[in-house]
Write a protein that binds this ligand. Structure first.
Ligand SMILES: Nc1ncnc2c1ncn2[C@@H]1O[C@H](COP(=O)(O)OP(=O)(O)O)[C@@H](O)[C@H]1O
Ligand SMILES: [Mg+2]
Length: 304
């Protein structure tokens, strides 16, 4: 197994009497894109803050890039885009990055070179001299990403990096994440946009009430279950009952329903049952479970 960029062991944070993070065990291999998912209030942001040393854990421990949590030397190798980034809006984009470059301890020469590089990366070179107050939400989110990447970190935390972006901006961020992976960086991505997570991540963990309820590579998680989308007209209740007696109905809405199949070879049997029962079959498609299907099922299963 590759070296681990992040590990946590029974990491815990309690506010008052309430655990925000109950007991979290994570292992994120170096060079992977890791999706950190969970319903609102699951403890994701608290966990990220503990990893970054912004919140002190109540219990447990962990490592970042091989060093114990809170190690000051490691901070210089980490980039962070917080979910709610506060901008000094009187700065121009270039001044803002220069300010952060100084905070990172970069030399004037390094700053000059890297600021040009990250502005080009997020496609904001042409507005480098513009004040941030004139920026749209999407432009601010992109300049925030530029800030997180300015010092060329090895491990990057992105908390909802695309929430304010339009489809073009999202594609840009997806390309940036892929580029980071090609440079063997590790990305810890927190996002509600599951189709995007599915498009870029190697591995995900789904947490609920501050504990991991499902984790693994996307390939192994999504290959486990096949779904059959079906659109039928004029299906009798009796036929539906027969379908239900043999297969699990994952979802249903009007004349469309989706079966969860253990064995893809069941498809002809499903169709035969419908047709011989007098239903008009308009559409049948077998597919892998999507990350969204898995997420909804996992979070429901554990009684959220
Ligand atoms: N500073 C805090 N003080 C008290 N409770 C908090 C604090 N931060 C988070 N919480 C609580 O901890 C739980 C997890 O929050 P959070 O980590 O923000 O979840 P997520 O990012 O997954 O939505 C929530 O119930 C939240 O209300
Ligand atoms: Mg959060």
């Amino acid at each position: 197994m590759a070296d681990l960029a992040i590990t946590t062991h029974q990491l815990r944070k309690v506010y008052g009497d309430t655990p925000a993070v109950a007991s979290l065990d994570l292992a994120v291999p170096q060079g992977e894109i890791f999706g950190f998912l969970g319903p609102n209030g699951a403890g994701k942001s608290t966990c990220v803050k503990m990893l970054l040393g912004l919140v002190f854990p109540t219990g447990g421990n962990g490592t970042l890039l091989g060093a114990p949590l809170g190690d000051r030397h490691v901070k210089a190798r980490i980039g962070f885009l917080p979910e709610l980034f506060r901008f000094h809006e009187w700065f121009t984009a270039r001044e803002f990055l220069n300010f952060h470059g100084k905070l990172y301890g970069m030399s004037a020469r390094q700053r000059k070179e890297r600021i040009s590089a990250v502005l080009a990366l997020v496609n904001l070179e042409h507005t480098a001299g513009q004040q941030l107050r004139t920026f749209s939400k999407g432009m601010l989110q992109r300049i925030g990403i530029a800030q997180a990447l300015l010092h060329d970190p090895e491990l990057i935390f992105l908390d909802e990096p695309t929430s304010a972006l339009d489809p073009i901006g999202r594609r840009l961020v997806r390309d940036i994440i892929r580029k980071l992976k090609a440079e063997q960086k590790t990305v810890f991505l927190n996002s509600h946009l599951l189709s995007e997570v599915e498009a870029v991540c190697d591995r995900v963990a789904i947490i609920q009430r501050g504990e991991v309820v499902r984790d693994g590579t996307l390939d192994e998680l999504l290959a486990a279950r096949r779904l059959l989308d079906i659109h039928v007209e004029s299906m009798s209740a009796a036929v539906l009952e027969r379908v239900k007696s043999q297969w699990t109905v994952a979802t249903s809405e009007g004349n469309q329903f989706t079966l969860a199949l253990d064995d893809p070879a069941d498809v002809p049997r499903v169709v035969e049952l419908l047709v011989t029962g007098g239903a008009d079959v308009h559409h049948v498609a077998l597919r892998h479970e999507s990350l969204e299907d898995l997420f909804v099922r996992t979070v429901d299963d554990t009684g959220s």
